[in-house]
Design a binder for this molecule. Structure first.
Ligand code: HEC
Ligand code: HEC
Length: 407
């Protein structure tokens, strides 16, 4: 963790800053010697200030992960007018149907029996209590939503359904595969029909974190945000360490108010004040504190998993190596053809190749591969058996699946 931040900080120097408006992307002309990214802030007089690391604080990071919008109301309210859309047309039944989750911990006892789950006014009331996971709203005394923004928890948290489906205790780091992000965004009246068609094509549990930048369409499975403490580079294509990606998403996707630059992608966004960069150390500390959930008792056949492990060691550990299950910690990347996956997404990224996905809590987060092309672990194994000509029998494939369920 320390090493990662040093890399992060080292790269924050010497970058000229262009004052540009929100969503304006400039080709980053200067600094040919440096191919990384920057998060930085201009001091009066133009000097670049390197922020000192505040004491890493898991509690602060949890608050940021769950509740911080980074000022992204400038997009979700001022541009998309989602506050009006929600207030006028999203009743709680609809909200749950598009995969939004409700945090039971903040609900007054008995409230769900008393309210009308078919009325948008109930959604407004839930938002006012801060009960909708990943959405923050300011509600005035006339029950109008004046500001609305999103947080990291929208996509990377779920609930345990202890009250009813979609309502329960928060489970941070669990990807929300019920969430139809594209379907929600497509409700915004300002979008063109063509844009709406793209958003609607994503389906629940998927999101394209580059469509707004390159105009191409290829949604990714929302990955878990747990089990990353020992993983050096984040994302399906290993774009950079965790704080790199957190800043990328907060500024270019959530449209928070802050700085993000990456010369590799020709992105340079600066917005003062920077409401993102100072929060990155705590956010990282919290994410790194999120352990992968162990498989539920009895959820796999231990004897078969033992046999499967030997098969895994024969056919898979060349890439899924060590405790993290990825050779990317040693800097390796893989051309799409090596694993037989679609290369269309990789070419849109900075690295153009895929990271061996760190294997963690596979039982929990189907579908698999960046594009969700394998619906089940059995599909994953069948895929490898075919593409890499492993010659596994049906029984061996079943054993390997049991092993994957145990990870
Ligand atoms: C709209 C949905 C959405 C929101 C909001 C969102 N993410 Fe993500 N996140 C994704 C998707 C999709 C990916 C996959 C991108 C990739 O790997 O190329 C991802 C990838 C990640 C990863 C990489 C996981 C891995 O296996 O390497 C981390 C870490 C992460 N997000 C953290 C965050 C944080 C922190 C925030 C808030 C600042 C956030 N995300 C907000 C959808 C979202
Ligand atoms: C040549 C390197 C390589 C080998 C060998 C390899 N993998 Fe992978 N694995 C990858 C890469 C790269 C990805 C990411 C592909 C993607 O997301 O499209 C991946 C992804 C996966 C995933 C998806 C994880 C997720 O969360 O989506 C599973 C499961 C998996 N591999 C299991 C296996 C098994 C089982 C074997 C052995 C039969 C194996 N892998 C062999 C490189 C490899």
């Amino acid at each position: 963790m320390v090493a990662e931040f040093q890399v992060f900080r080292r790269r924050t120097r010497h970058a000229p800053i262009y004052g540009i408006g929100i969503l304006t992307l400039l080709v980053f002309m200067a600094g040919a010697a440096f191919r990384g990214y920057t998060t930085k802030q201009a001091a009066p007089g133009g000097a670049v200030v390197i922020r000192e690391t505040p004491a890493d604080s898991v509690a602060d990071g949890q608050r940021i992960f769950r509740f911080d919008t980074f000022g992204d109301e400038q997009f979700w309210t001022d541009t998309l007018h989602m506050n009006q859309v929600v207030e006028q047309s999203v009743d709680p039944t609809t909200a749950l149907a598009v995969g939004l989750k409700v945090d039971a911990a903040v609900l007054p006892p008995g409230i769900l029996q008393k309210v009308d789950l078919k009325s948008p006014a109930t959604t407004v009331a839930l938002l006012k209590m801060g009960a909708v996971v990943g959405i923050r709203a300011t509600v005035d005394s006339n029950n109008h939503i004046t500001r609305l923004g999103i947080t990291c928890a929208l996509c990377h948290s779920n609930v345990d359904n202890s009250v009813m489906p979609g309502i329960g205790r928060r489970m941070d780091g669990w990807p929300n595969h019920d969430l139809n992000v594209g379907g929600i965004v497509a409700l915004a009246p300002v979008l063109s029909a063509a844009q709406k068609a793209v958003y609607q094509s994503w389906r629940p549990g998927k999101y394209d974190p580059r469509y707004n930048l390159d105009g191409k369409n290829g949604a990714l499975v929302i990955p878990p945000a747990y089990g990353l403490a020992r993983v050096k580079s984040e994302t399906y294509t290993a774009e950079g360490p965790i704080s790199y990606w957190n800043a990328y998403v907060a500024v270019t996707q959530m449209h928070g108010h802050g700085d993000f630059s990456d010369a590799r992608l020709g992105i340079a966004v600066t917005q003062s004040p920077d409401m993102v960069s100072p929060k990155l150390p705590a956010l990282r500390a919290y994410q790194h504190s999120l352990a992968a959930p162990p498989p539920p008792a009895g959820s796999f056949d231990a004897a078969a998993a033992g046999r499967g492990r030997a098969l895994f060691e024969r056919s898979c550990v060349s890439c899924h190596v060590g405790v993290t299950g990825t050779d990317n910690n040693a800097g390796k990347l893989h051309a799409p053809a090596e694993t037989g996956v679609d290369g269309a997404y990789a070419v849109r990224t900075a690295t153009k190749a895929y990271r061996t996905t760190p294997l963690r809590a596979l039982w929990q987060h189907a579908p698999y591969f960046h594009d969700g092309s394998a619906a089940t672990l059995a599909d994953v194994v069948t895929h490898y058996n075919t593409v890499r000509k492993l010659g596994l029998t049906a029984e061996q494939q079943r054993d390997l699946v049991e092993y994957l369920k145990s990870l």
